[in-house]
Design a protein around this ligand. Structure first.
Ligand code: C2E
Ligand code: MG
Ligand code: MG
Ligand code: MG
Length: 288
C-alpha cells in the first residue's frame, strides 16, 4: 500500500500546502491594497528611564486592520511583506509616519523605528533616512533605528556600512531582541550599537528564575562596560521593574508602563512627563 500512501501525501500537499500558498498570496495582495487605503496605522509604546520613570520616547509599531480578518499581528505580515518585496514600501511608510508624528511631540521625546533586513541592505536606506528627517523636520538625535541580529546576518559587511552611514547622520541604532540571536557578543563587538534591547523572554522570568536573573545582571553589566545603554523589553509587573532598577538597567518598555497606542492617545503632546503620574491611566489606555 506504499503507492497509495504516496498518492495520499501528494494529495495532502496539493490541498493543504496549496491552500496555504493561496492564502499567503491573497494576504500579500491585501497588504498592497492596505498601503493605498487607510488600514495601516503606527501605534506607539512608551520607553521610560528606569531610574526616574521619565518618558524617553516611543517605539513605533506597525498595525494592520484587515477588512475581513481584523487586526493582523506584525509577526505575521512583516515576514510576508519581506518575501513579497513590499517591505521597502511599507518600511518607508512607517518611517515617514513616525518621523512626522515625532516632529510634533515635545522636543526631548524620541522615536524608535524597526527596520527589516531587506531595508538594511537596500543601498538607498541612508539617503531615505536623511530625506525623511529633512522633510519631517525631526532632529536626527531624536530618531533611533532598531535592528535584530537576524537582520544583520543577511549581509554583515553591507549592514555595517549602512549602520555607519546612518550613525553619521546623527541617528542612533539599537540592537533589538538581544540574547535571542546566534552570536550576540560578536555582534556587539563588530557593530557600533548605541543601545541593547534585552529580549522580553529574559525579563519575563527575571523574578522567578535564577538563570534569567543572572543573564539580566550580566547584560546590564556588559552594557556598562561597553558604554551601551540597556533597555529591558516586555516589563509587565512592578516586581520586574524594581528588579531591573536594582540591576541599574537604563531603560524600560512594557505593558506596565503602557501598551502600544494610537498617536492621539499619547501623553507626549505636552502631557505628564512621568508615566508614574498617570498610574492606571496609561496601563488601561486603548490596547493595540
Ligand atoms: P519588537 O520590535 O521586539 O517589538 C516589541 C513587541 O513586544 C511588540 O509586539 C509589543 O507590542 C510587544 N510588547 C511590548 N511590551 C510587552 C509586554 O509587556 N508584554 C508582552 N507580552 N508583549 C509586549 P508587536 O507590536 O506585535 O510587534 C512584533 C514585532 O513585529 C516587533 O517586535 C518587530 O520585530 C515587528 N514589527 C513591528 N512593527 C514593525 C515595523 O514597522 N517594521 C518592521 N520591520 N518590523 C516591525
Ligand atoms: Mg523593536
Ligand atoms: Mg524587541
Ligand atoms: Mg521582536
Amino acid at each position: 500500500r506504499a503507492k497509495g500512501a504516496g498518492q495520499d501525501s501528494v494529495c495532502f500537499y496539493d490541498t493543504e500546502m496549496g491552500q496555504f500558498v493561496r492564502e499567503r498570496r491573497m494576504l500579500a495582495r491585501d497588504l498592497r491594497a492596505a498601503i493605498d487605503t487607510d488600514s495601516l496605522a503606527v501605534h506607539y509604546q512608551v520607553q521610560t528611564s528606569v531610574e526616574t520613570g521619565e518618558i524617553m520616547g516611543y517605539e513605533a509599531l506597525l498595525r494592520w486592520r484587515h477588512p475581513v480578518r481584523g487586526l493582523v499581528p506584525p509577526d505575521e505580515f512583516i515576514p510576508l511583506a519581506e518575501e513579497s518585496g513590499l517591505i521597502l514600501e511599507l518600511g518607508e511608510w512607517v518611517l515617514r509616519r513616525a518621523c512626522a508624528d515625532a516632529a510634533r511631540w515635545s522636543p526631548p521625546y524620541g522615536v524608535a523605528v524597526n527596520l527589516s533586513a531587506v531595508q538594511l541592505v537596500d543601498a538607498n536606506l541612508p539617503h531615505l533616512v536623511h530625506e525623511v528627517l529633512v522633510s519631517s523636520g525631526l532632529s536626527p538625535a531624536r530618531l533611533e533605528l532598531e535592528l535584530t541580529e537576524t537582520a544583520l546576518i543577511r549581509d554583515r559587511a553591507r549592514s555595517l556600512h549602512a549602520i555607519r552611514q546612518i550613525k553619521a547622520l546623527g541617528v542612533s541604532v539599537a540592537l533589538d531582541d538581544f540574547g535571542t540571536g546566534y552570536s550576540s557578543l560578536e555582534t556587539l563587538r563588530s557593530f557600533p550599537f548605541d543601545k541593547i534591547k534585552l529580549d522580553r523572554s529574559f525579563v519575563q522570568d527575571v523574578c522567578t528564575d535564577a538563570q534569567s536573573l543572572a543573564i539580566v545582571r550580566a547584560v546590564t553589566a556588559l552594557g556598562r562596560s561597553l558604554t551601551i545603554a540597556v533597555l529591558a523589553e516586555g516589563i509587565e509587573t512592578k516586581a520586574q521593574l524594581d528588579l531591573l532598577k536594582a540591576e541599574r538597567c537604563d531603560g524600560a518598555q512594557g505593558f506596565l508602563m503602557g501598551r502600544p497606542m494610537p498617536v492621539e492617545d499619547l501623553p507626549a503632546h505636552g502631557g505628564p512627563r512621568r508615566v508614574a503620574d498617570e498610574g492606571e491611566g496609561v496601563a488601561s489606555a486603548v490596547p493595540a
